[in-house]
Design a protein around this ligand. Structure first.
Ligand SMILES: Cc1cc2nc3c(=O)[nH]c(=O)nc-3n(C[C@H](O)[C@H](O)[C@H](O)COP(=O)(O)OP(=O)(O)OC[C@H]3O[C@@H](n4cnc5c(N)ncnc54)[C@H](O)[C@@H]3O)c2cc1C
Length: 378
């Protein structure tokens, strides 16, 4: 009779599903509300990577095992080809995987459906077509809210051999990058930008031309999608007064937008806070705060470096073990930590992000982005 009411989680993305799994396994009643009819509704079977460079102490399979969450079908990434604006090619390699390819979307074997199965097996209830407001939830895991970065992607089937190509060219993907992956019979071509979001189709076309000029790639059953991501600093990890995990809580890798590992880790931490009555914001600050500040500096350097800086990055990446190179970028070193307040101040002063750091450093673009979102993403 004194059983507490079920915990309500808003959003069945990686953050919400991992939190639900851990809470249900600990004996709590959990209901996950998902506004769409399926998990991963904004994705179309596209390939994404879970980065495996930010934590030298624990690789991705070990993290899944420690959390007791089921691993999706994944393929380790140890090689890549980076291209700079002049289409100079740099071969990148690592001894241990620097990332793991997974697919996203509602199909079997994707990260989303695998985590859904895990949550259900643990005893969580997942309700589809069930939108709830953050105020009504115990944990908000509703993903990105304000698009700061926009991507257009084509996911396809292919019999091409493995290719992992990334193009760093600010004229073709301003503030972002373009990529072509063909892995295990699937392929994804994408272009992600963080400036001039309205020009995404133009950038997508140019990037495709450039990346496919290397060689042609057969693309069967192509499916196109637009999607966006948050690059926000919200150290309170709250939305509408409720704890927020994943991109809803502004946990994101500002350097490359690789938010999945953050989503999983912050979802797990949120579950721990709910189970122990701990202060999620304080725990998150302790666990992720330094990394997020460094990440902001990385983004600044990425954007400020222009074509020359990106070419230098590609060159450096090819010179040593890429997992170590990437790991060094993610590590909260003292120089970049010291630069973080300067970067924040600089961006504020230029008017481009003329807002207080929390909750957001680039809401200035919100109106432009909304137009794109309404017109294209629906
Ligand atoms: C094109 C693209 C490529 C990417 N590639 C990579 C990559 O290679 N590697 C990487 O690590 N990251 C990548 N990311 C980022 C990554 O996808 C996200 O960081 C990650 O999915 C965030 O997980 P999440 O659980 O916070 O949110 P989401 O995965 O967005 O899940 C949130 C869920 O909440 C639901 N929802 C929203 N509002 C409500 C509501 N009010 N009520 C109920 N449900 C609601 C949504 O429908 C959604 O299902 C990419 C993103 C994009 C757009």
């Amino acid at each position: 009779m004194n059983e507490p009411p079920p915990l309500a989680i808003a959003g069945a993305g990686p953050a919400g599903l991992v939190a639900a799994t851990l809470l249900a396994r600990a004996g709590r009643r959990v209901v996950v509300h998902e506004k769409n009819a399926t998990v991963g509704a904004r994705f179309v079977g596209d390939l994404q990577v879970i980065e495996d460079a930010s934590d030298r102490a624990e690789n991705v399979p070990a993290m899944f095992a420690r959390l007791g969450i089921p691993a999706p079908r994944w393929v380790p990434a140890t090689n890549a080809e980076f291209f700079d604006a002049k289409m100079r090619r740099f071969e990148v390699a690592s001894r241990e995987p620097y990332a793991w390819f997974v697919t996203r979307g509602p199909d079997e074997g994707t990260l989303d459906t695998t985590l859904l199965e895990g949550a259900r097996r643990a005893g969580a209830e997942v309700l589809f077509r069930s939108r709830i407001e953050p105020q009504a939830a115990d944990l908000v895991a509703t993903g990105p809210q304000t698009p700061d970065g926009l991507a257009r992607e084509t996911a396809f089937e292919t019999d091409a051999t493995t290719r992992v190509r990334v193009l760093f060219d600010p004229a073709v993907a301003p503030g972002g990058y373009a990529y072509l992956f063909t892995v295990g019979g699937r392929g994804t071509f994408g272009c992600a930008v963080v400036h001039d979001l309205g020009g995404i189709d133009r950038y997508f076309g140019r990037a495709k031309e450039k990346l496919l000029s290397v060689d042609d790639v057969p693309m069967e059953s192509p499916r196109d999608a637009y999607s966006f991501m948050n690059f926000a600093l919200a150290p309170e990890a709250r939305r509408d007064g409720k704890p927020a995990a994943g991109e809803a809580g502004a946990f994101q890798d500002y350097l490359f937008g690789l938010g999945m590992r953050y989503a999983i880790a912050s979802g797990a931490l949120a579950a721990e806070a709910l189970l122990t009555g701990g202060d999620f914001a304080a725990l998150a600050r302790e666990r992720f705060g330094r990394r997020q500040r460094v990440s902001l500096v990385n983004r600044f350097l990425y954007e400020a470096g222009g074509a020359f800086g990106l070419s230098l990055f590609a060159r450096l990446a090819a010179r040593a073990d890429f997992r170590s190179v990437l790991g060094a970028f993610y590590r909260p070193g003292s120089v970049r930590l010291a630069l973080a307040p300067l970067v924040a101040a600089l961006w504020r002063n230029r008017g481009r992000c003329a807002h207080r750091l929390p909750p957001h450093w680039c809401r200035a673009r919100e109106r432009e982005v909304r137009a794109v979102e309404l017109g294209r993403i629906g």
